[in-house]
Design a protein around this ligand. Sequence first.
Ligand code: LLP
Length: 400
Amino acid sequence: MNFQALAKKYDTPLYIYDFDYIKDRYKNLKTAFKARKSLICYALKANSNLSVIKTLAKEGAGADCVSIGEIKRALIAGIDPYKIIFSGVGKSDNEIKEALKLKILMVNVESEAELKRVEEIAKELNNAARISIRVNPNIDAKTHPYISTGLDENKFGVDIEVAKKLYLYAKNSKYLDPIGIHFHIGSQITTLKPFLEASKIIAQLVKNLIALEVDIKFFDIGGGLGIKYEDEKEIDLYEYAQGIFSTLKGLDLTILLEPGRFLVGNSGYFLTKVLYEKKNSSKRFIIVDGAMNDLLRPSLYDAFHKVSVVDEESSHSTLADVVGPICESGDFLAKDRILPKTKKGSLLVIHSVGAYGFSMSSNYNSRPKVAEIAIEDGIDRIIRKRESFEDLIRLEEECL
Ligand code: LLP
């Protein structure tokens, strides 16, 4: 990738995504599951740029959405409503109503109260709402506590006994059609065991439900596949698929997957330019034009992203922090890295930022959101324009 040329053409800071990589990842995952009926519902929250979604839609992907905004993005990008699922612990009445009207595949229900709300809204619309219930298998995904969701201390889903009760209630309701079951135990998971443990528990529940004449058709195994940021080892896709299949023996279900990070994480590069170098006592800082508002993961989770210097000139490398211009000590992109001496204008690449990078960015410190570009078949193109100052104040200016 010619980062110099891209910086010249589009300026910095800049998000760059390799679309060929995204397509390959999709195909690899789909192929691993080919022995069974499956639908890959891309988790839009990882990267909801319309061009990213459209690229996956063309490959046949569905969408896992957590707001009506994401559902609308999926539809605009060309994903069929019957491939869209709506998850999340706090859906508003309006969101539920709109989603039902749009006739999406199903609403993933996360509590008894929500199930009743969905039922009432479906009744108003004189329709039966297709639903699945998110079941919490109480499995430790052994990942960062902020992104672990499968333990009963987390706010997500309902436990097995409650799930059973809710399925029976739904089965007997004229306005609910329980067609799916769902679990998602966390994100950035790099061992197979927790996935298979969870799948086994939920598959057993499906067997019990089928015996009670609840007609489950979709087995939604969530997202969570980890990627390589530093020295992590990715789960083998074949073993993942075969492992899931082995828990589903005797069950004829369509497997739904909700990967986000797996598909897009390592497609992304964040390109940023050095403004200054400085030293405070013994500490070396490389101050760049990108900041925590552009890429929050290092500040929020202490997440590691590899940093490289484009066109390294100096061979003399020392420890440095890469920090942004925001007025917070927590504004860093990398800490204690061995990096060569840089000068004003040197380019730094922050790696593995395709997932939860731009989608978690903000306008903090009145910084316009950066541009996003795609590289596909060796050709670069803009997929989101850089925000301007006028964009930032538009909704306030008319209120003055
Ligand atoms: N499905 C559900 C219900 C989810 O909650 C999530 C992610 C996914 C699928 C996609 O998970 P993935 O395949 O990307 O692991 N901001 C954090 C990650 C938060 C994940 C939230 N839920 C980060 O930057 O690491």
